[in-house]
Design a protein around this ligand. Structure first.
Ligand code: SF4
Length: 291
């Protein structure tokens, strides 16, 4: 099996077989992200990918879940991706889940028919970074995405029947824009109605543009109390759809994983308890680990 450079996968995919399909990310400009700084986006040769798939078959007798890395694999041409999915499903007939990273803009640029074909060939879930629904925050973090584009991408995924996990970042609006960030993010999520939501607290990674902004005093980090208040607002105000809530990222102050709305009161109780009792609320900045 061949992996080039640092490899990232969502914590939710810890038990999945990783197949490296692309190198890097086509955007590579988000101010907070250092995942693929050292890589230029490139597509691996199909023979190399097939070789990895065949090798993995020799190693693993039963594979239930596969995750395609690196960055936004959905940026690949549909015909190329169909070949990879076809190879995976014929090599691992027992595999019931194939997921990948995709930008909302990648979803938006595909036709619904292309997405339906990808779904038919085995694609079940796309992990999509929204980070914020606040247009001002999205622009400041150089996400290259507007809320309207996110809506268009999501509409196509829904029409094709591909489940979407949306990740958002508590604290990404900073101290000053904490409220606007979470209000607009919640508003947009209520429109998008993703099948899964994964929120995580901001980690300022050294060497990123965001880290330089923090050093220069241009970005003041949200306090741990604000981060808890953001999660409380989100949990209280997500309405009108069912979703799986993956609030158990290692950087989150409170760990909550389960279905919404069923677990809403349980999760809110944990947040209220943390707001009242957790010593971290006395700190100015949340100490986090690199993603
Ligand atoms: S956050 Fe996602 S889209 Fe932005 S640079 Fe990192 S990998 Fe690329």
């Amino acid at each position: 099996m061949y992996y080039e450079g640092k490899v990232y996968r969502p914590w939710i995919e810890a038990n999945s077989l990783l197949i490296q399909t692309t190198l890097g990310c086509t955007h590579n400009k988000c101010t907070f992200c250092d995942m693929f700084r050292e890589k230029r986006f490139r597509i691996r040769k199909i023979e190399e990918i097939f070789k990895d798939i065949d090798e993995a078959r020799q190693i693993y007798p039963h594979v239930r879940s596969i995750f395609l890395i690196d960055g936004n694999v959905l940026a690949l041409k549909t015909v190329f991706l169909l070949k990879i999915l076809g190879k995976i499903t014929s090599t691992f007939p027992e595999c019931s889940k194939i997921a990948l990273y995709a930008g909302f803009n990648d979803l938006r640029r595909k036709s619904v028919e292309d997405l339906k074909e990808l779904k038919r060939e085995g694609l079940t879930l796309a992990y999509t970074g929204l980070e914020s629904g606040d247009p001002v925050t999205l622009e400041r973090i150089k996400k290259g995405l507007t809320p309207e584009q996110a809506e268009k991408g999501m509409a196509k995924a829904k029409a094709a029947g591909i489940d979407i996990l949306v990740s958002i970042i508590f604290g990404i609006g900073g101290k000053e824009r904490s409220r606007e960030h979470i209000v607009e993010t919640t508003r947009l999520l209520n429109i998008l109605k993703p099948e899964q939501i994964a929120p995580m607290a901001l980690a300022v990674q050294s060497g990123t543009e965001l880290a330089k902004q923090v050093e220069a005093g241009e970005f003041i980090q949200a306090t741990p109390l604000q981060i808890l208040e953001e999660e409380k607002y989100l949990l209280k105000n997500l309405v009108g759809f069912e979703t799986i809530y993956w609030g158990d990222h290692g950087n989150n102050i409170v760990s909550s994983r389960g279905n919404l709305p069923e677990s809403r009161e349980l999760f809110l109780g944990k947040i209220d308890h943390a707001i009242a009792n957790h010593p971290v609320t006395k700190q100015e900045v949340l100490v986090t680990s690199p993603w």
